[in-house]
Design a protein around this ligand. Structure first.
Ligand SMILES: *[C@@H]1O[C@H](CO)[C@@H](O)[C@H](O)[C@H]1NC(C)=O
Length: 805
């Protein structure tokens, strides 16, 4: 990276370093809900998208491709993707007999986030059958500024390159050019060719003025323009003697005044290729097809080398699987990073809503005292998405896992995303668990799930991202030879050991990181998130508190007990394990998973406070952490059942344990809260390793196969295998229970090995069989289930393969 020399300067100005590193993240495939959609990380600005349809018949037009849909394409994934440099995506469309490849090359330079070039290529999936594709690429401008078509309009379409120019405050002057590849073919025979021969093979276009906030509906407007033209022309013919669809399903070649949406259509017969160039004026580079011809192979070579550094192929896997497993790891990692979206808009919050069991509290309305469902101020968020088709928006519970994975490849990108999430923490310390920002995001969410309630929580996984960053920073510093005692603490006061800035050793992070190599930057980042994170932590302790003494419960700490608010009879959506069996709702119940998350969160707060030298806070967090862990034993361990359980309250107002064997029972282990010599560890390992209960050849089941509700009802968390939970188990085994001496160490080692293999083998097998990674896997057959592609936390499989925990 060209910035490397900057790291040699002892007193690197933080703002400068952040700006330069950040600049390469301005443009991106930040519309992951589209098969191919680029936009900058600016609230209202230029948005682009790609659509296509087949012209082999008239009906395929009704199935035009644009937004990622389940059960539409055979598969689609970025096979290589680097957020700063670009990547390659492969989309297989069986219905239209085409494999489309989208290549993106970002070209840094200038003062406005640089330029980019994209190539769209198509070739038949089945070479002996026709492949007739019409592609439409569009650009639309939201907000102030303007775009116009520079190329002269022609009634029958345009031969050769088509050019647009535009300007916005943040992008400054730019040009967009679209240019055909050298070997495209067009249908030059077929019904009524003579009538259309002046138009065939040309680029067709349209320009329309759209009201503010509606560029995301570009597809409707563009297809309407095609349909309007079709209606006009078709009157000259009589069924069944109709022109070939490729002749007649075209844009009208007109541009209305004040247009802010432009679309460019090309129609092909057989393999095709065209290039799109976005040139930022201040970058002063002229991009051409040669830029792509040379840039893409160079990008791929660099990517492959970097990938090896971050995700080394494991020594214990056979050499002959290397190619397929590496391709798998790259694809899931790339689609996770290529699935990062930038969202901007308002969301719906209801401050009044409350279930009866949550009602008797002085629990918080918002600090402004407002009630009722209402729209918030618009907010911006850069976030990974669990599934480009089904969940193209920000999910709190998933995001911590995403950031573990992204941080392993590009640490600084994971911090940019973390910072955006931290910015969502409100004055009370709350963050909505689903971030459905703006109308486009809401269009994918059923109405009943759109409203967020400010006393509802979600597993605080952002804490995992913080801990992971601190760990990466420490191991990077150790690699540089900085003694442990020099980490954290003194760093902020400027007493940086010379060795930390004197050289930049190769990192285990794929992309050169400024934050991992600069103690000042690491310190200032952690310091900047500390206050909001602490507010968030205190919000959890205040609003999700559970009752102890009311029901005669005995516990060493009188304060540390927790209960998810906002549960219904059948669901605890806030816990993230929606329909996992629990006791009946009651104001006095206590939730094991939440108290375990709180122990983990306390530990994270202790780590960050220690790092930034908040000594008193650190001591306080350490005390709370201990109190929480003591209370997990005192309130949640059931000696007769030999397991950890929720606690409920019966009709006699007495406390009892609610015990359902499954993921919930594992939580104190999953977060490494039990010491390696805990007398309860053996029972947990037995439970998870028992095929009658959680153990399957495909990974750990969410609910015991012997439980009466196993596989019943919605069957979301009643048996199916979830990869992020398996990741937590593997991480606890690898880092704690197989690593530290204790009576169960050898058992933990054996389980680790077996579980890791089971998870990898099954996810990869299903990927190869179906073309997708899945939201969850069947607990009896291992088959992929529900949303796909699910390159959110299921892609952690790549970390499991590389043993990065
Ligand atoms: C990075 O750039 C984005 C978009 O321009 C901006 O919102 C964000 O605050 C920047 N981050 C830093 C650390 O400057």
């Amino acid at each position: 990276m060209q910035l490397q020399w900057l790291l040699l300067l002892p007193a690197l100005p933080a703002a400068l370093a952040q700006k330069d590193g950040n600049d390469t993240l301005l443009w991106g495939a930040y519309r992951p809900n589209l098969y191919f959609g680029l936009r900058p990380r600016i609230p209202e600005s230029l948005m682009t998208g790609l659509m296509w349809f087949g012209t082999q018949d008239y009906t395929s037009f009704g199935k035009a491709r644009h937004t990622c849909e389940q059960n539409e394409l055979d598969s689609y994934t970025w096979t290589e993707f680097d957020a700063r440099e670009g990547g390659v995506q492969v989309l297989k469309d069986g219905l239209n007999n085409v494999k489309i490849t989208t290549e993106l090359l970002k070209v840094a330079g200038g003062e406005h986030g640089g330029s980019w070039a994209a190539r769209v290529r198509g070739e038949p999936l089945r070479p002996d059958e026709p492949s007739r594709i019409s592609t439409i690429f569009y650009l639309g401008l939201e907000g102030t500024g303007g775009v116009e078509m520079e190329t002269d309009e022609e009634d029958d379409g345009i031969d050769g390159e088509i050019k647009f120019s535009g300007n916005t405050l943040q992008l400054d002057d730019f040009k967009v050019r679209i240019k055909d590849g050298p070997n495209n073919h067009h249908l030059t025979e077929g019904p009524f060719y003579e009538d259309f021969k002046d138009r065939v093979g040309k680029t067709h276009f349209v320009g329309r003025p759209l009201p503010s906030g509606s560029i995301w509906k570009a597809k409707d407007h563009i297809l309407k323009a095609v349909v309007d033209r079709f209606r006009e022309v078709i009157t000259r013919y009589e069924a069944p003697a109709l022109p070939d669809p490729s002749f007649i399903l075209t844009l009208p070649d007109d541009v209305y005044t004040n247009s802010n949406l432009f679309a460019v259509q090309k129609t092909f017969d057989g393999p095709f290729q065209f290039d799109i160039f976005f040139e930022s004026a201040s970058a002063k580079q002229k991009l051409s097809s040669t830029t792509l011809d040379q840039g893409i192979p160079a990008l791929l070579e660099a990517y492959n080398n970097r990938f090896e550094v971050a995700f080394p192929y494991p020594a214990d896997y056979p050499a002959e699987k290397r190619q397929s497993l590496s391709a798998f790891s790259k694809a899931v990692t790339s689609n996770l990073i290529g699935g990062i979206g930038y969202f901007y808009g308002n969301s719906i919050v209801d401050k009044k809503f409350s279930y009866e069991w949550d009602e008797d509290e002085d629990a918080p309305l918002g600090s402004d005292g407002e009630t009722g469902a209402r729209l918030t101020e618009p907010k911006a968020l850069l976030t990974a998405t669990p599934s480009r088709s089904f969940f193209p928006r920000g999910f709190y519970w998933d995001e911590g896992f995403h950031l573990l994975h992204i941080g392993q490849y590009d640490n600084d990108l994971s911090l940019e995303i973390l910072r955006d999430w931290i910015n969502l923490i409100d004055q009370d310390g709350w963050v909505g668990r689903e971030q459905i920002l703006g109308e486009e995001a809401r269009s994918k969410v059923p109405a009943e799930f759109q409203t967020q309630v400010p006393n509802y929580a979600n597993p605080p996984t952002l804490a995992m991202a913080v801990t992971a960053f601190i760990e990466r920073f420490k191991s990077q510093s150790t690699a540089r030879g900085v003694p442990d005692q020099d980490l954290g603490m003194d760093i902020g006061t400027g007493q940086v050991p010379l060795s930390t800035t004197a050289n930049t050793v190769p990192t285990t992070n794929a992309v050169e990181s400024q934050y991992l190599n600069s103690p000042e930057l690491a310190f200032s980042f952690l310091k900047s998130i500390y206050d909001p994170l602490k507010r968030h932590y205190e919000w959890f302790r205040r609003t999700q508190r559970g009752q102890i003494k009311q029901y005669g419960r005995k516990a060493r700490s009188r304060t540390e007990a927790y209960r998810w608010r906002g549960r219904s009879e059948q669901h605890v959506l806030t816990s993230g394990m929606d329909d996992y069996p629990r006791g009946p709702p009651h104001a006095g119940e206590l939730h094991l998973d939440l108290i375990s998350w709180m122990a983990f969160f306390s530990r994270t707060m202790k780590d960050i406070a220690t790092f930034i030298d908040e000594k008193e806070d650190a001591a306080n967090f350490a005390e709370i952490e201990k109190a929480v862990i003591d209370n997990i034993e005192d309130l949640h361990w059931n000696e007769a059942e030999q397991m950890y359980c929720d606690a409920g309250v019966n009709e006699d107002e007495e406390s009892y344990h609610v015990c359902h064997k499954g993921y919930l029972s594992l939580f104190p282990f999953l977060h490494s809260l039990l010491p390696a010599d805990s007398p309860h560890l053996g029972a947990i390992l037995n439970l998870l390793h028992d095929p009658e209960h959680l153990w399957s050849p495909y990974g750990l089941r969410s609910l015991s196969a012997s439980h009466p509700e196993f596989g019943k009802g919605e069957n979301y968390w009643k048996g199916p295998i979830w990869i992020q939970m398996n990741y937590l188990a593997l991480s606890a085994l690898h880092k704690t229970y197989a690593a530290q001496p204790g009576p169960y160490q050898s058992k933990a080692k054996a389980i680790y090995k077996e579980l890791r293999k089971n998870v990898i083998d099954n996810v990869v097998k299903e990927y190869e069989r179906t073309g997708y990674v899945w939201e969850q896997y069947d607990p009896l057959t291992g088959e992929g289930k529900r949303s796909h592609p699910f390159t959110g936390w299921t892609s952690l499989t790549a970390l499991i393969l590389a043993e990065k925990y």
